[in-house]
Structures are given as structure tokens and as C-alpha cells.
Design a protein around this ligand. Structure first.
Ligand code: ZN
Length: 287
């Protein structure tokens, strides 16, 4: 039988088939000698197809996340397979070996964790997806969920971002803390000084008691009741997209602070509301 000419075999194309078909079948596919295939297979410690004790298929879904996060040898022991199986699988997924990687400088990457899928970020970093997961869990950042993030209408929550605690806000919005962190980063909030935070939160508090009055009386009437400038009221009203009070307002009329839109025209300075149940309830709620 004529000897087959020596060829250089690109094993990266064939390694994962070793042991799955017979050496003979594989050698025919490659166009190499049978011996070349057998040698390669033995070198990687893979049992021949059909051989007694040939490895059972490994369910990598349980293990892929660990590839590259520990030494291949360590993982092989955990899986209960050969070192070669781990190496092959790792290479197939393009994950660098644990000891070939420089340790990741997370300071450079932490900010991106809430913004991206682990697998996506790991590609950027050049590390194993499992490493990102481990880091993410260490920081208590929930798994990135692109869909969940898309649903958030951030304009609605703008005034609360950086004022309300992220965790509480996440509950309010119904999104992940990570999504808020990412959005803050995007709009540059979260770098507020303590002074600025207090200022913001106090503004928020003031409006919590007055927002329901916007558009329920003329801006200047509300401004007077609040003790602020008319333009402050106008700006707030427009920001919340509330129409101006459409009717005439009686001279010297005070607004019902319950927000029903009624004007109080008597001279009793103690009276703050029209006395309706709805308005009394509202006043109780905001007091
Ligand atoms: Zn009222």
C-alpha cells in the first residue's frame, strides 16, 4: 500500500471529533494517515470511539461558566473528565486558559458590569465569562437584562434619580439596581456633592407638597401661597407638562390646598381648604 504523503494537519479543525468517530473514519475525512489520527488522539488522552471506557458525553452547560476561571486540571477533576476534554472545550469557546491571563483590573471594568451581558463584557476584557459573573455577584449587581432596561421611561423618574436610594428606586420603577446605576452613569448623576444632594432632596420635598396644586390655580397664586417666585412655579408646571389654570381667578382668592381647583374667597386666614372629603384626605396625605 502506498504511503500517504505527509501533510500538515490543522488539528484545531479536527480535535473535537477525535474519539467521536473512529480514527479510520476521521483520517479519511482529513485525508491523513490513520496513525496520525491515533497519535493525536492518544496525545490528548482521548479514548477511541467505541473503546471500552470511552468517555460519556459531558453536559458542558453545567461547566462552561467555569472554563478559564480555574486551572483546566482543577476543572477536569470537578467534571470527572480528562484534562484534554477541558482544554478542547475551552479552546472551542475561545476562552483563554486561567494561567495565561493577567489578572483583570476590575477598576477599569466594574462600571460596565451593569451595562452588559457577562459574555459580552468578558470578550471585551479577554477573560472568561465566569470571571465576570463571579465579580458581578461579588458586587451584588444583578444579571444584565437588556429587555427590562428598555422598558424604563427614565424621564418619569428623572427627579428621583440620585435623590432616592437606588434600591428603593429600583423597587418603585420595577427595574434592577444595575439599570439605575447604568442610567446614572449615562446622565452623569451620582457624582453629586453631599451639599447638592441635600439641595436636590429638599427641592423634591417642597414639590411633593405642591405638585398636586400645579394648574389648579394660576401660577402667581400658587407662587404666593408657596412663598416662591412665579417663574419657579411656571418652570415646574411646564416640566411636568401640566396645562396652565384655564379660568379667571377671583381677586384675593386663595387656592384650596387640597388641589380641587376651588378658590376660597372668605377672609379666614385659617381656612386652607374647601372642606371636601377628597381635599381633606389629600392634605392629610401630604402633611
Ligand atoms: Zn378643595
Amino acid at each position: 500500500m502506498a504511503r500517504k504523503p505527509r501533510i500538515t494537519i490543522d488539528w484545531s479543525q479536527w480535535d473535537d471529533q477525535l474519539g467521536k468517530t473512529t480514527d479510520k473514519e476521521l483520517s479519511e475525512k482529513i485525508g491523513s494517515s490513520l496513525a496520525a489520527v491515533s497519535m493525536r488522539r492518544k496525545k490528548l488522552g482521548i479514548a477511541a470511539s467505541g473503546e471500552r471506557g470511552a468517555r460519556t458525553r459531558i453536559d458542558w452547560s453545567d461547566w462552561d461558566a467555569l472554563l478559564g476561571t480555574v486551572e483546566d486540571k482543577v476543572l477536569a477533576e470537578k467534571v470527572g473528565c480528562s484534562l484534554a476534554s477541558v482544554v478542547l472545550r475551552r479552546k472551542k469557546l475561545g476562552i483563554p486558559a486561567h494561567n495565561q491571563r493577567k489578572s483583570v483590573d476590575w477598576k477599569l471594568w466594574d462600571d460596565l458590569i451593569p451595562d452588559m451581558a457577562d459574555s459580552e463584557l468578558s470578550k471585551k476584557i479577554g477573560c472568561a465569562p465566569g470571571s465576570v459573573r463571579v465579580r458581578r455577584e461579588k458586587l451584588g449587581i444583578p444579571k444584565y437584562d437588556g429587555d427590562l432596561r428598555k422598558k424604563v421611561d427614565w424621564t418619569r423618574w428623572e427627579s428621583k434619580i440620585g435623590v432616592v436610594d437606588d434600591k428603593d428606586l429600583a423597587l418603585l420603577i420595577g427595574c434592577t439596581v444595575g439599570a439605575i446605576v447604568a442610567h446614572k452613569k449615562k446622565i452623569g448623576v451620582g457624582i453629586l456633592s453631599e451639599k447638592e444632594k441635600v439641595k436636590r432632596s429638599s427641592i423634591g420635598d417642597v414639590w411633593e407638597k405642591w405638585d398636586h396644586m400645579l394648574g389648579r390655580c394660576p401660577d402667581d397664586v400658587l407662587a404666593e401661597a408657596m412663598g416662591v417666585t412665579r417663574s419657579k412655579v411656571g418652570v415646574r408646571r411646564m416640566r411636568l407638562v401640566i396645562a396652565n389654570y384655564p379660568l379667571d381667578w377671583p381677586e384675593d382668592g386663595k387656592p384650596c390646598l387640597g388641589g380641587c381647583g376651588k378658590a376660597l374667597t372668605n377672609d379666614d386666614p385659617e381656612q386652607t381648604n374647601c372642606g371636601s372629603e377628597v381635599c381633606l384626605a389629600k392634605l392629610k396625605e401630604i402633611s
